[in-house]
Structures are given as C-alpha cells and as structure tokens.
Design a protein around this ligand. Structure first.
Ligand SMILES: *[C@@H]1O[C@H](CO)[C@@H](O)[C@H](O)[C@H]1NC(C)=O
Ligand SMILES: *[C@@H]1O[C@H](CO)[C@@H](O)[C@H](O)[C@H]1NC(C)=O
Length: 439
C-alpha cells in the first residue's frame, strides 16, 4: 500500500513541476463580485478558493478525484439504466462532486459564488445564511432585494427531486432533501433570485437555498446544473442563450490556469465538427451521443454493437460528462480497446490504482492515437488526453477504465476533454468538439 502511494506520488509529481512557480495573483481571474467572467477553474487548482492551504501534490488530487469517480459513475449508470421515467426516489439521489468551478453571481446587489459545474445534473443549490453544517461563505438572501422563496404550488416545485411535503391547500414552502456524494445530504428551500454571468442577468432563477447539510461532500458554495431538464441553467436561460453553451476545460497540468464557459450562440466557434445529440426521454438530463466505434492507431477495435448502440429503454449508450475524471467504457468495450492498445505499445504492462495499462516510455516509441468515432465526427484524442505520464517521464498509463460489471453506459469524461472546446447545442440537437488551447 505504502509502495503504491509512493509510486503514485512520483507518478503524478510531474503535473505540478513548472506550473506552481508562476505568480497566482497575476494568473487567477479576479474574485471581486463585479468582475465575474466566465472562467472555469479546477476545484483544487491554484485559483480555487477551495484549494488546500499547502498545495497538495497532484498525485493526491488526481487519486482522490479518481476514487470519487467510482460513486459518480455508479450514479450515472443507475440514472441511465432506470427503465421508468419516475423521478429518482426522494432523498436517494447519489451524485458526486464535480471537478470544475464557475463564478456565478446571485442576488441584487450581486453576491459572488464559486459553484461546481455539473453537466449531468439539472438543479442548482447554494448554501444560505443560517445553514446548519455549511461552511461560512454562504449566500445572504436577506441582502438581496430580488430574492424570494417558492411556493409548493409553483410549476418548478413539481420538478424537484426529494420534495419533503406540501400542504394540500394554502401556502407552503417548497422544501426538499437530496442525498449527494454517497455520504451527504442537504435540506433546501426552492427559491428564486437573479443569477448573472458577466453582464447577463437571468431573473427569477429557481434554485435550492440550502438550510442544512450533513456529511462532507456538499460543494462549499453550491452547484450549478448544466443538464437539459427544466430546472437546469440550459433550460432556465433559454430565452437568453437559446439552450446553447460550450466550455473549454483547462489541462490538469495547469495549476493556476483556467478554462472558459461560453453561454449562448454568440462567440461559439464557426467551424466545429458536430455529432447529433440524442434524447433519452427517461433520463432528460443526460447528454447522450452516438459513439459508433473506437480506433487505436489505424485499427478499428472490434466492440460488440450492443455495448455502443443507444437504447433509451435499457439506458445503453454513451454520454458526455464533465464531472467524471476518467473515461469509462462498459467492460467488454474497454477490454477490447485496452487489448488493442497493448498490442501497439511495448510492455511490460503494470497496474497503478485504477490504471491497468501502464508501460515504460521508450524514446523511439510513439504511442498510438485513440480516435472516438461519433456519428458524423471523428475525435482524435490528443496524447495528453489519452495518457498520464510519470514524473520521471519513464512510465505512462492509458487514462481510461472499465465501468463496473453491470453497467450500461460509456462516459466520455473530463480528462479526455482537456483543451477541447465542447459545444452543447440543444437548440440544434448537436454536440461539437474543436481543438482549443484554453489555458
Ligand atoms: C432575514 O430577515 C427576516 C425578516 O427580517 C428575519 O426574520 C430572518 O431572521 C433574517 N434571516 C437571517 C438569516 O438573517
Ligand atoms: C435528509 O433525509 C435523511 C433521511 O431521512 C436524513 O437522514 C438526513 O438527515 C436529511 N438531511 C438533512 C440535511 O436534514
């Protein structure tokens, strides 16, 4: 165990060299409320208010994130596999912390919050004053002239998971209890206030004002859901942004640097390759796409079609997600990809943590490119999105893994999306990818 930890320490130490020496104050976006831009920060990166006081080695960070992946992947899978359209049983929502933060402003005058961005969740919630068990930097509803709680009879209240109870007649606050991260839960009141980004204001945005939390997994300044359902930012800002957004996720190597979120049709890349966005009526929040094949080098990997072909009834298919770290394929698909990968690089192969295909880096060796063939679009993964390299530069691991045994979905995760602009266009039902160095 200790050997493993030490190995991992050296393994990932590379990721902090040559990045932590830069001056943070010059590189980080300002955190004044009036200067919110749409930068995206690593939750544990140098510009995040949640970074460790003593910068932790990325070894620990990446490992910690990879270990949290398991619960999130299981949650996404349970979402996908559910056959009915019934909402997730109240209080049973198990999610996991996302990896990225966005700076949003809530209220009038605006209060700046660093919220976790989650493309597989719809609703938003922030800790409010007086919240039991929350960290001190909460949102102050009493300081906002536009804040108000929402009534049980409001249309949005019927969309909330984990609704506690509503009176049959008369006024009642719309309160809910949701579980999160496997070991935490939150109690919140559905509320509305102005949500703003840069100069754009979305009035009467519906979100949960958190009154109490238990457990340690609740993001300290809340979460912003970028899913597709009625309570999502995508949906609630439709008149302003037309259901279109894109992001560029910063490289994990860039401790202080940030990526960007672009909301709405303006400023999106003109020439971007796209693939149709699929809709699963049973799971309206998830962004399904049609992954038809995977190639390693010039070889198209033989993956049985039943592990790729989208089926809304079983949930089988491929989703794009920003909150999971490593791309997961269902077992038979992953093993086929990995076996082909191993054929094309020189071993011996070893396992480190969740990585089962680690190999010595030999100077003459150029590892094969992994290409994801989506309907109408081939995404050649840049090398840094395929491999994780060791500090000494003598080992590399394939940065993907098998999903758990009974899983149905493949998840294209954030490691594979670094330095790509990913366009989510619900207006035209498409997802686009373009190479962009975003940090
Ligand atoms: C907000 O204001 C109301 C009405 O004045 C008051 O009852 C309540 O305690 C205040 N809440 C906080 C958290 O200050
Ligand atoms: C949410 O409900 C669960 C189950 O009833 C309970 O254990 C938990 O304490 C509740 N969460 C909060 C924050 O009140």
């Amino acid at each position: 165990m200790e050997y493993l930890a030490t190995t991992l320490f050296f393994f990932f130490a590379l990721l902090i060299t040559n990045t932590q020496s830069a001056k943070p104050s010059l590189l980080c976006p300002s955190s004044k409320p009036d200067s919110s831009d749409l930068s995206i920060l690593h939750i544990y990166g140098g510009c995040s208010p949640f970074k460790a006081r003593k910068p932790e080695p990325w070894s620990n960070i990446v490992l910690n994130m990879a270990s949290k992946d398991t619960k999130r992947v299981a949650y996404l899978d349970s979402l996908a596999a559910r056959k009915t359209s019934a909402p997730i049983a109240s209080g049973q929502q198990v999610l996991n912390i996302g990896n990225y933060l966005v700076r949003a402003k809530i209220g009038t005058p605006a209060q700046l919050m660093f919220m976790v961005l989650d493309t597989s969740t719809d609703n938003a919630w922030v800790p409010c004053t007086g919240c039991l068990g929350c960290s001190p930097n909460t949102f102050f509803p009493n300081s906002s002239s536009t804040f108000g709680p929402m009534d049980c009879s409001s249309a949005q209240c019927t969309q909330v998971y984990g609704l506690i109870s509503c009176p049959t007649t008369g006024y009642g606050a719309c309160r809910f209890n949701q579980s999160y991260g496997g070991d935490s839960s939150l109690l919140a009141t559905l509320s509305h206030d102005s949500l703003s980004f840069d100069k754009d204001v979305i009035p009467n945005y519906a979100f949960g004002c958190i009154n109490a939390v238990s457990g340690n997994s609740i993001p300290p300044q809340g979460l912003l859901g970028l899913g597709r359902g009625p309570l999502s930012l995508t949906y609630q800002s439709k008149s302003l942004y037309n259901g279109i957004f894109s992001y560029c996720l910063p490289s994990f190597k860039s401790y202080y640097f940030s990526g960007s979120l672009k909301l709405g049709p303006t400023g999106q890349p003109r020439s971007i390759k796209t693939t149709p966005l699929l809709q699963n009526p049973h799971r309206p929040s998830l962004y399904y796409v049609n992954l038809v094949a995977v190639s390693v080098g010039r070889v198209q990997v033989p993956i049985p079609q039943q592990h790729l072909t989208f089926d809304p009834n079983t949930g089988v298919g491929t989703i794009i997600d920003s909150g999971t770290l490593l791309t997961r394929f269902v077992g038979p698909a992953y093993y086929a990809i990995r076996d082909e990968y191993r054929k094309q690089v020189q071993g011996p192969f070893s396992s480190i943590g969740v990585f089962d295909t680690c190999f010595p880096v030999i100077h003459e060796q150029v590892p094969p490119t992994v290409t994801l063939h989506f309907e109408g679009l081939d995404l050649k993964l840049p090398m840094e999105n395929t491999l994780i390299h060791s500090s000494a530069g003598n080992m590399a691991c394939l940065a993907m893994a098998a999903n758990s045994v009974n899983s149905v979905i493949n998840i294209i995760a954030s490691w594979q999306q670094q330095n790509l602009r990913v366009l989510y266009d619900t207006a035209n039902s498409r997802i686009g990818f373009a190479r962009e160095i975003c940090n």
